[in-house]
Design a protein around this ligand. Structure first.
Ligand code: ADP
Length: 271
């Protein structure tokens, strides 16, 4: 089954904050540089790449020299606003090294709630892809709200990356986290946990094995990654969850090597 991975053409890559920021709060420039190199090389091979990147608050905290994540929402939004532009500056610099153009898209849930917004975003993405530009997507933290009558948040970037994959009919979503894949328990607290090689259905048992975020910079933890996988499987898509410490791992994933956890539906005929 993994052999088919080398033929995936349209690929959404989601990178978590823990892969962009060192535990001491500094920016992981070599990781970001490696990511830019890998994604550009894949683009040069003729693949179509979309990047969903977290990290705005982490980068903002670094820039503003904040040791603790702000608790109030206006503060978080302000720090994210500082961090988002800084993060894009870093991405632009790194991608420029490889002569790869990028574009920034800041989205809210409107893209699934309002057909007109959805159409506009899809058209923009298709146009960028046709122009050979790598879209870099994040939630629009400044305007996204979570009120009963007006829900415009995605929840987290795992969900956003799954939604973007669905909207663009991507062949594969690669979620890069700070862990090798999905385990039978959180390996940080349970050393006997076993890595799942592949998962074909998100069951209540699997959901019960997933717990929260792993690092202070992490967001949704494994529960949100499983929910993203559920969304992907519901639309016959495929997802790989792998460790983003060395983004070159993406080459190995696409070569079909046994890396991370591979989420795919088994077709009826093969059951
Ligand atoms: P990211 O910033 O990459 O999105 P998160 O911190 O949100 O990362 O999620 C990854 C963390 O989820 C891991 O570091 C791990 O501590 C935790 N986790 C909880 N349950 C599991 C599990 N069953 N398998 C693997 N990791 C798990």
């Amino acid at each position: 089954m993994r052999e088919s991975l080398q033929h995936k053409k349209r690929i959404v890559v989601k990178i978590g904050t823990s892969s962009l920021i060192y535990p001491n709060g500094n920016i992981n420039l070599s990781g970001i540089d490696e990511l830019a190199f890998v994604l550009t090389d894949l683009q040069n091979q003729g693949k179509e790449i979309i990047l969903v990147s977290s990290g705005a608050i982490g980068v903002g905290m670094n820039k503003l020299n904040l040791k603790e994540r702000p608790k109030e929402i206006p503060e978080q939004q302000a720090v994210a606003a500082v961090g988002q532009s800084e993060l894009m500056t870093i991405y632009n610099q790194r991608f420029q090294t490889y002569s790869q153009q990028t574009a920034q898209l800041l989205l809210t849930r409107d893209i699934i709630e309002f057909p007109q917004s959805r159409e506009n975003v899809c058209n923009t993405l298709e146009q960028l892809i046709a122009m050979g530009i790598i879209p870099i997507i994040n939630e629009n933290d400044t305007v996204a709200v979570d009120e009963l009558d007006h829900l415009t948040k995605f929840g987290d970037n795992d969900q956003l990356s799954a939604i973007v994959s669905q909207l663009t009919h991507a062949d594969l979503l690669i979620v890069l986290s700070d862990i090798d894949g999905f385990y039978s328990a959180n390996p940080v607290s349970d050393p006997s946990a076993i890595l799942y090689d592949e998962i074909n259905k998100i069951t209540p048992t699997l959901l019960s094995q997933a717990t929260g975020k792993g690092s202070p910079y992490g967001t949704g933890g494994m529960t949100s990654k499983l929910k993203a996988a559920q969304r992907i499987l519901s639309s016959q898509g495929q997802m790989i969850l792998a460790n983003g410490k060395h983004p070159k791992i993406i080459f190995d994933v696409l070569a079909g090597n046994q890396i991370g956890t591979y989420f795919f539906e088994i077709e009826e005929d093969n059951r």
